[in-house]
Write a protein that binds this ligand. Structure first.
Ligand SMILES: [Zn+2]
Length: 121
C-alpha cells in the first residue's frame, strides 16, 4: 500500500481510537480525576492498553473494537496493514474504507463466516 494511503487509514483509525477512548474517559469522569480527562496521544496508548481498571469499565463491544484498532495501527507500523491474514492478498481498498479494521479480504471473510456457521471455525 502506498504511504499516502497508509497515512489516510492511520488518521481514520487514530481518530476512531481517540473517540472511543474519549467516550471511555467520559464514562470514567467523576470516578477518577487524575488528569485522565484529556484525550491521550498515541504515546500514551501503550500505557492505556494495560490500564485494566479503565478497560474493564469500557463495554465489551468497544473494548474489542479498541483492540482491533490498536492491532490495525500496529500493522500500519510494521507494514502489513491491508494484507489479508488468511490468504496474504491485498484487501480491497473500498472494503478498508468501509471497515478500516478489516483483517481479511472479502472472499476470506465470507468463507470464514460460512465455516463459522457450520461450527467448524
Ligand atoms: Zn483473503
Amino acid at each position: 500500500m502506498k504511504p499516502e494511503k497508509l497515512a489516510y487509514f492511520k488518521k481514520i483509525l487514530t481518530n476512531q481510537l481517540k473517540e472511543l477512548l474519549d467516550e471511555a474517559h467520559k464514562t470514567l469522569s467523576g470516578l477518577t480525576q487524575e488528569g485522565k480527562e484529556n484525550v491521550p496521544d498515541l504515546a500514551d496508548l501503550a500505557t492505556l492498553e494495560t490500564d485494566q481498571a479503565l478497560l474493564l469499565r469500557i463495554r465489551d463491544r468497544e473494548r474489542k473494537l479498541i483492540s482491533k484498532i490498536q492491532e490495525a495501527l500496529k500493522k500500519i507500523e510494521n507494514g502489513t496493514y491491508g494484507i489479508c491474514e488468511r490468504c496474504g492478498k491485498e484487501i480491497d481498498e473500498e472494503r478498508l474504507k468501509a471497515r478500516p479494521v478489516a483483517s481479511y479480504c472479502a472472499e476470506c471473510k465470507r468463507k470464514l463466516e460460512a465455516l463459522e456457521k457450520l461450527g467448524k471455525y
